[in-house]
Design a protein. Structure first.
Ligand SMILES: Cc1cc2nc3c(=O)[nH]c(=O)nc-3n(C[C@H](O)[C@H](O)[C@H](O)COP(=O)(O)OP(=O)(O)OC[C@H]3O[C@@H](n4cnc5c(N)ncnc54)[C@H](O)[C@@H]3O)c2cc1C
Length: 384
């Protein structure tokens, strides 16, 4: 296995080290056979297994948590990194339980937390995060789904697309325009049960690394006022604070994919004979391996720096999380590409792990803020 010395870094505590060791053992035992043909069934099964293993307790706010730090972001990152190294779908199943319920962990009142978080932890409810729309992806302020008050309800109309877990989720955290002010200041967040009349899955979307993904339509969908997260008009803040936490964990997942690519590369280049010697003996191979190892360590430093800062120093880590996501996802793409190159023809063959990683990594540079958006965020924070 690739270098594990990062576990000794001062960003982590001893309970994180124990967590990483226990999860490693669990993942090796539980995740060696993953069915990629039935992604809905597999994700449901993975959520069940992650709940039974106790791992989903880390995806939601602990009942006794300090309100300023409801989530242990270092634990989230370690879990995503480890799961991604073993299975992209297992990481996806874990991550969506966290992201889909993240706004409840961070902004939910006692009633919403009690209604949803224990069920998410136990794997009884599958969660999803519904922000993007056909005309509002990077430009969140353009979102058009409306939520109009009507008695003790809001009535939602509009379309959300690219929604992970769309089709298998039991509830969605939905962002809609309530109109308190123009643009980003006129949005609110709601918890919407999948069974609510008027909510329909209008299209299932197939992507290069298959996982449950859908377009959702809201047609006069009535949601109780009590299901609003945070204040009316504070939806953009709810979304950004949730992404602040989970962006660093996207970097952690990319790191896990990159570490797996390096593991595969080391095994392959030491076994594969070329010109009478192992491929690893060639200096051009060694240069690639050095670049891969360096990129991985730099990503790990940025990911665990962001997670530690959120856990121990600051309530918002916009700059650190953007740097972690940007660097780790871009670097992982390059590391995996190098791995594919070193595998030769096998590298692009279905069934090879590096071919799967090549498909898995791509979307991470687009979702939860594309790389260009992360650059803008970092530039804004740096300028001032
Ligand atoms: C696999 C997958 C899963 C997803 N899951 C979810 C989910 O669960 N929930 C959810 O709400 N959304 C989800 N999304 C949507 C995702 O967040 C959006 O795709 C993303 O925000 C980009 O929006 P867009 O696709 O509309 O692209 P656009 O906003 O049209 O952007 C297109 C491209 O333009 C470039 N760009 C963007 N901004 C700038 C800029 N300022 N300057 C220069 N270039 C720029 C970027 O390269 C970007 O990729 C998912 C997407 C994918 C692919």
């Amino acid at each position: 296995m690739a270098d594990r010395s990062f576990l000794d870094w001062p960003f982590l505590d001893d309970h994180h080290r124990r967590l990483a060791a226990e999860l490693e053992e669990w993942a090796a035992r539980e995740l060696h056979t993953i069915d990629h043909d039935d992604v809905d069934g597999t994700c449901r099964e993975l959520v069940r297994r992650l709940a039974t293993g106790g791992w989903l307790t880390h995806a939601t706010a602990r009942p006794d948590a300090d309100p300023a730090h409801p989530l242990d972001v270092r634990a989230l990152c370690l879990i995503r990194e480890t799961l991604a190294r073993h299975s992209g779908l297992a990481d996806f199943a874990f991550a969506m339980q966290g992201l889909g319920s993240g706004a409840i962990s961070l902004f939910g009142d006692a009633a919403l937390r009690e209604e949803y978080l224990p069920a998410v932890r136990a794997g009884r409810k599958i969660a999803a995060f519904a922000l993007s729309e056909p005309e509002a992806g990077s430009d969140v302020a353009a979102l058009a789904t409306s939520a109009v008050p009507d008695g003790d309800h809001y009535v939602l109309n509009g379309i959300k697309t690219w929604i992970s877990n769309g089709g298998i989720a039991d509830f969605y955290t939905v962002f809609a325009r309530t109109g308190e002010a123009p643009g980003a200041r006129g949005l609110s967040a709601f918890v919407v049960d999948a069974a609510t009349p008027g909510l329909a899955i209008s299209e299932r979307i197939r992507v290069i690394a298959p996982h449950p993904l859908a377009t959702i339509t809201f047609n006069n969908c009535r949601v109780p006022r009590s299901h609003m997260l945070g204040a009316s008009g504070a939806g953009f803040k709810v979304a950004m604070a949730t992404l602040d936490v989970f962006r660093a964990t996207v970097g952690a997942a990319a790191l896990g994919f990159a570490r797996r690519a390096l593991d595969e590369t080391l095994r392959h280049t030491m076994q594969r004979k070329l010109f009478g010697a192992p491929l690893a003996d060639l200096q051009m191979t060694q240069a690639k391996i050095a670049d891969m190892a360096l990129a991985i360590d730099a990503s790990a430093l940025l990911v665990y720096r962001a997670a530690w800062t959120r856990d121990c120093v600051a309530s918002r880590v916009t700059r650190e999380a953007a740097m972690a996501k940007l660097h780790a996802t871009e670097a992982a793409q390059q590391v995996i590409d190098q791995a594919v190159q070193l595998f030769g023809g096998r590298g692009v063959t279905h069934g090879e792990k590096v071919e799967e990683l090549y498909r898995e990594i791509r979307a991470l540079r687009i979702y939860e803020g594309a790389s260009e958006v992360q650059r803008l965020v970092i530039a804004r924070q740096t300028l001032g």
